[in-house]
Design a protein around this ligand. Structure first.
Ligand SMILES: [Fe+2]
Length: 387
């Protein structure tokens, strides 16, 4: 070998490093230089986890019918089809990287036995019945069309369909988030049904009144709550048709009636109205979302594609993905229900959005350009956002 070859020292160095990396790996050690690529990819923000995707109700409805036949009569809580994001197939049942959503169908006379888990759950009823209900920590929450019921973390819950027709709802659970935190606990109740109190005095009005149950103090963030659609729909009518923002139209948050805070500690729910002809501006957030189309039709336009939607469809929106809404109709408004991992990000000061802080989120960090040196220049990041 010619020792005067200018590439020889570099090649020898590379071989030495490669040999060291192998020896280190045998001791379960890894040099930071190997992971550097991942850090460099985060310049300008995170890569979205998963892809924007729409599940069409017409197809899902057929699949639910087929699942009913394939499963036969069930006495469990398992007739549920989860929306698996095509970009997150390696993460199990993930609709976004933090939330798993799907439809559950309960036949007349069925009871989905009682249990609890640390995952918080959202139930948005898409086909309800006055005689169907979910029991949550001893409270009976009726399930009528488009009601929202919440099962906060580690609440006992069982579902009952005492009516004469199928009941269907959209489930949403913060599974991906809790898995990544290593905080999944599960416990069967040991019986089909929990004891349910005859009183309904702990309703939403009582809880938001200035005279509140003393026995609920300290557990405000995990109360069983039903948000009746009749009241939600009436509330939408309080606002003018053109009220809202140029990004989301009229977006109202299902607040915790006691604290005024998020729907639950890890998830926020919204009801949204896009006025006829709405042509929204593009934006993105560090949060992810799953949206159900209550009524109307339109599009969600991302950088790469245009997703059309109709009544009953479900759409996943990954984190840090530019998108905008449109309403195709010049007559009918679009009504949307959605769940977001916003509170989880907010808790750590990591809710960013572009281009404007319409959620009062922190403006996204701006990377120093064109030079990255010196990386740790005082104020290189913080004078752009939190301060
Ligand atoms: Fe459950």
């Amino acid at each position: 070998m010619n020792s005067s070859n200018t590439g020889a020292p570099e090649a020898a160095q590379a071989a030495t490093l490669e040999a060291f990396d192998r020896r280190a790996a045998e001791q379960y050690l890894r040099g930071q230089w190997i992971a550097e690529e991942h850090l460099m990819r985060a310049i300008g923000g995170p890569r979205p986890a998963g892809i924007p995707y729409r599940w069409e109700w017409k197809s899902v409805e057929v699949a639910l019918d087929e699942a009913t036949i394939a499963l036969g009569p069930v006495d469990t809580a398992r007739r549920h089809l989860t929306f698996v994001n095509p970009g997150l197939m390696d993460r199990g049942s993930a609709t976004t990287h933090t939330i798993s959503a799907g439809f559950q169908l309960v036949k007349p006379g069925e009871v989905c036995w009682s249990h609890r888990h640390t995952m918080s759950a959202v139930r948005f009823v898409t086909k309800g019945h006055p005689d169907a209900f979910t029991a949550v920590d001893g409270e009976r929450l009726p399930m009528e069309d488009f009601d929202l019921l919440i099962t906060p973390r580690f609440s006992w819950h069982d579902h009952h369909n005492s009516g004469d027709a199928d009941v269907v709802w959209l489930d949403g659970l913060d599974i991906g988030l809790l898995q990544s935190l290593g905080a999944v606990f599960y416990e069967p109740y040991g019986d089909d049904s929990q004891n349910v109190r005859p009183s309904s005095s702990e309703g939403i009005g009582t809880r938001s009144h200035w005279l509140r149950p003393t026995w609920e103090r300290g557990r405000e963030s995990r109360l069983p709550i039903r948000y009746p659609w009749k009241e939600v729909n009436a509330r939408l009518d309080v606002y003018d048709l053109d009220a809202g923002t140029p990004y989301d139209g009229l977006a109202l948050r299902y607040a915790n009636p006691v604290t005024g805070g998020p729907t639950m500690a890890t998830m926020d729910c919204w009801v949204q109205r896009l006025a006829p002809g709405f042509d929204g501006k593009s934006h993105r957030r560090s949060s992810s979302a799953i949206t159900y189309v209550i009524s109307g039709s339109g599009t969600m336009v991302t950088e790469d594609e245009t997703i059309t939607f109709n009544r009953g469809d479900v759409i996943s929106l990954p984190n840090w993905t530019n998108f905008r809404w449109t309403n195709d109709s010049e007559i009918e408004p679009v009504l949307l229900f959605s769940m977001h991992d916003i509170p989880a990000l907010e808790a750590f000061g990591l809710l960013y959005e572009e281009p404007e802080a319409i959620l009062n989120a922190t403006p996204a960090p701006i990377n120093p350009t064109p030079s990255l040196n010196p990386i740790y220049r005082p104020g290189a990041f913080y004078d752009q956002d939190e301060l």
